[in-house]
Design a protein around this ligand. Structure first.
Ligand SMILES: [Zn+2]
Length: 151
């Protein structure tokens, strides 16, 4: 029997491991898909601007097809988990700002002197936390007039 992979499985396959940051990116990518709706025109592209580089960006590459190779993923390092999504040809930027409480919570799960097993449990706890947290507590969503451009 041929079972199609879920979006989560596709993302984890591509990324190569499971971690809280890829869960974070997965959630942002899915919220973006929902808020952006369908592509406005066949030649319209989804561009993403991220304000920090992390594991999260691999989810955006898989789910939103905003890949590095096509220069559809723009990274400006500011250490902030802010993600902007834009369909070319529109005048709308969909911005997601991950709540600082979420980032603090994930940071608190990291401990230098944990055993590998304990560390693995904390990773799973972090993933679970990110995926099940109420949307309003997870991030702030803003629709901003404007556009993103490829570099
Ligand atoms: Zn990762």
């Amino acid at each position: 029997m041929c079972v199609e992979k879920t979006p989560w499985e596709l993302v984890i396959d591509f990324h190569g491991h499971t971690c809280p940051d890829i869960a974070l990116g997965y959630r942002v990518a899915q919220l973006a898909q929902r808020e952006m709706g369908i592509r406005p025109a066949p030649d319209s592209e989804c561009l993403v601007k991220a304000y920090t580089q992390s594991c999260a960006l691999d989810a955006v590459q898989v789910l939103n097809k905003a890949t590095i190779g096509r220069r559809a993923l723009i990274i400006e390092e500011t250490q902030h988990h802010i993600y902007q999504f834009h369909f070319t040809g529109t005048q709308e930027i969909h911005q997601f700002t991950v709540s600082s409480d979420v980032l603090d919570h994930l940071k608190a799960l990291q401990h230098p002197d944990l055993s590998p097993r304990e560390r693995q449990n904390k990773v799973l706890e972090g993933v679970q936390y990110v995926l099940t947290l109420e949307e309003s507590a997870f991030c702030q969503y803003d629709k901003i007039p404007g556009e993103l451009r490829k570099l």
